[in-house]
Design a protein around this ligand. Structure first.
Ligand code: FES
Length: 68
């Protein structure tokens, strides 16, 4: 898992940053299904629970973090 990254906002509605997603994934990620990880990140950070427009961006970030 990456620990050096450039922080940036991923979800504008819920003000979720890249670093928030990294932290969420560090809380016991089992590197399973990306959709499972997405749901967990959503629960922890609330990312993609507003307009939903960042859905693909969040998914991209998760796969980028899990598969650097
Ligand atoms: S930008 Fe993430 S829910 Fe709207």
């Amino acid at each position: 898992m990456k620990d050096v990254y450039e922080d940036r906002i991923i979800c504008n509605c819920k003000k979720v940053y890249y670093s928030d997603i990294v932290k969420a994934l560090q809380q016991g990620s089992n590197l399973s299904e990306i959709e499972e990880e997405f749901k967990r990140v959503q629960e922890i950070t609330k990312a993609s629970t507003g307009c939903g427009g960042c859905h693909d961006k969040v998914l991209d970030v998760i796969s980028e973090i899990l598969n650097p």
